[in-house]
Design a protein around this ligand. Sequence first.
Ligand code: ARG
Length: 461
Amino acid sequence: MSTLWHGRFEGGPADELLAFTVSLPFDQRLASDDLAGSRAHVRGLARAGILSVDEAERVLEALDRVEHELHDGTFAFVPSDEDIHTAVERRVTELAGAAGAKLHTGRSRNDQVATDLRLFARRELLGVARRVLALQDVLLARADEAGDVYLPGYTHLQRAQPVLLAHHLLAHGWALGRDLDRLLATRTRLDVSPLGAGALAGSSLALDPEGVAHDLGFPTAFANSLDAVSDRDFVAEALFDLALLGVHLSRLGEEVVLWSTEEFGFLRLDDAYATGSSMLPQKKNPDIAELARGKSGRLIGNLTGVLATLKGLPLAYNRDLQEDKEPFFDSLDQANRALVALAGLIATSTFVVEAMQAAADSPTVAATDLAEHLVAAGMPFRDAHAVVGGLVRTALEQGTPLADLVVAHPELGSAARELLGPGVAVTRRTTPGGGGPVPFAAQRARFVAQLEIDRARVAEG
Ligand code: ARG
């Protein structure tokens, strides 16, 4: 068997070596980026006069042909194709003969794979950002639909203070906005071309890394060839962005799981976004939400795995770096699927308004408002807190309605009792960024403005 590197070797590679080291099964996914990188490299070699115009044309034609073969499934891989880079070069040489054998001039798979992966990441991260926007759109649409509907906000998963459902939904929307911003920032930082770094130290040939960088749409080329071939910061950063996005989707998923229980009863899943039980006929399960939660573990694992791979590596390229791809591909796939599935789930779920509002109207949820009523009349907050806490304790111990105790209390009375009326407490969340209808209007405007800025950033690419 003839490999790319057979010149120095007397014997061929062991089957076990290839079985353990091949990356073709997964790095085929880089094929279109590999072709783009090769085309730019060939054009650069032609500009430098290293390839004649005629040779460059023949190689570019061969690359077009390879693209067709890969696309229509007629590309015949052979056992010595270790990875997609090897396979493409082998085929180009078969098709273009001596000119084809010049394709790899001044280039190494080390700068090639780093280039391919950056091109790939640049496109894929934008795709994730688009799906994040789509989920934000769904949350905003559901928030608008929710209008003045309110529910208890929770701390420690205990009812705390009422908030608008719209406010709760947009809380998730803001977290996603930060995810989107991180994805775009990672894209900006990775936008540096490694091509021309060669194996590690550049070349004796008159390569033009800046020209090739611009050809590929990178604003600039590397400054240090050792760094260019060994830097996988962009993979680690992207994996972090995806892991934190996954954590946000997990938290959203957890709330869907809770809200769809009979115990909460705040949300009913659409049949198309729920699953049944093979044994229990009554079950309607929130599997999408559970997997959004579950898969975040895997996204975190992919990040920590790659960091562990990177931590011990001396400069420059080491084969360990091949381990960057599968976790990266996996995190992209899982995050994309989770975003789409959750968007569908949120878009089609029914919010059970009566259950949400009944829970929020439970008198104790207005306890803080009672205390603030006393504060408005001049009582120090700590004293007011103690007064209302005492009333809540008495109500619970004696089974007396809190409203009756409020009316009977000399400093509260019937004016304070009004605060316990259905839907009153939420309207008293009036401070900027708060959970009531007054500040929500401003929050919504701010959210929409940011969403439109982000939509334009994503459309710009
Ligand atoms: N398949 C390899 C990777 O993904 C390509 C680079 C191989 N380079 C080398 N010198 N063995 O990292």
